[in-house]
Design a protein around this ligand. Sequence first.
Ligand code: HPA
Length: 247
Amino acid sequence: MKVGIIGGSGIYDSEVFQTSVDSINTPYGKVVFERGVLQDEEIFFLPRHGKGHSIPPHLINYRANIAAFKELGVERILATSAVGSLRADLSPGTFVVLNQFLDFTKRRALLFDETSVKHIDFTEPYCKKINTVLRQELKNLGIKNEEGCYVCTEGPRYETPAEVKMFSLLGGDVVGMTNVPEVTLAKEAGICYGCVSTVTNLGAGIGQVPLRHEEVVAVMEENSEKLKALLMTAIPRLQKEPRECGL
Ligand code: HPA
């Protein structure tokens, strides 16, 4: 089975497998990606923010990225992302496997064809199989992890303390700016999707220091060895173990 990796902040190349740069034209625009082989199976890597982190969350071409993976025959997407914590007990360095989301985005593509009448079920937004593999492998590697609910904001600014308090009261565990519509378009395209988020900071008002993007990237880099170890053990399983979700 073909697996596609989407790298978030601080993860700009695949490193875990040898790759060559390639590109593909989709109806939504051109996508540059890395193509490699792992365990005799083709594998693809896409840095969500571009190579040098040049694309802010609200300008990412989410439709093109997912359409590119679809055209390449990807059946499972494993994404990484940096998040702020909405709980004082969820500290930086913790890995959170996403199991629900709250969508606070404002002006992003909703569907591949926004004129179509489509009401997709999101009872289970993230792939159960991918989540099981991720949590088992995180446990095997001795990496502290939880499952949790992702609040997606429009960004690109960080939250106010009042927003952080509201998101936490609503049941959010972590906050970021990119998971919607990535996860929703993947489901629309019939691709299983899972995301492991790394907590890089306490949300505004929980932590005592102002938030800085450089800090987020630095914490991601500190944790990148763990993330690579996870990809190395999780991907071969995701390539081999059958889909159980009926997507
Ligand atoms: N808020 C939103 N996005 C983020 C944060 C945050 O605190 N940390 C990393 N990405």
